[in-house]
Design a protein around this ligand. Sequence first.
Ligand SMILES: [Fe+2]
Length: 259
Amino acid sequence: MIDLHCHILPNIDDGSQSLSQSLTMARCAVKDGIHSIVATPHTLNGVYTNPAEEVATHVANLQEVFSKNNIQLQLYPGAEVQLCPNMLERINSGEAGTINNSGKYLLLELPSQTIPKGIKDEIFTLKLNGITPIVTHPERNSIIQHDPDILYELVNRGALVQITAMSLTGEFGEFVKQAVEMMLKQRVVHVIASDAHSHDNRPPVLSHAVEIAAKILGSSEEAKYMVNDTPAAILSGDIVEIPEPVHYNSKHRFFTKFF
Ligand SMILES: [Fe+2]
């Protein structure tokens, strides 16, 4: 499996807090059957700045430590980039990195309580310039939780979607679990990733979530695709094949539409 979203680099954000913890996380990932991890530190979120060049250096350093410790885990550079104005310029200047620095896919973090009005334009601009945004853990956004159609619209505009493994396994609570189940049924989920921040509280483990996703989707193959084929294509900068999203007509919509 490939973990496309993981805060495994030590001491550069709120993820791993030491080299020793990064090694424990790596061993935990390998034990779960993960062979590759994209290191995605927070970037441009008002707290952390992790420019692409620096992330690449951190990745190379940690990879070397893995080799010395006989850990068979391939690391790739990336970033979890908070939605902000002028994203394209910031990517082009190296302030924010794309996945594997291919310039093709970007992990895009939304605020947890709002959907910024500018999201439509930012997605349009990125797509126009060959960059596909991958919206991270929308199931943890309180607006999207109440209106699944927002995600449907984002996917129709060309975004991909990544959910967090622990949302499926229930650690974020029943409400988040229900939201993520709905998203899977709507076929608006493309990647399952750990978004791991440590070896204990939120570890780099995917297998349990994949089993649960397989039951919800009624297809083990479809669930495995989200941790194998799709992230592999993203890493290579190739086109990702996605299912047709299903429109969800909520009778109890709490919020007005944003588009
Ligand atoms: Fe994250």
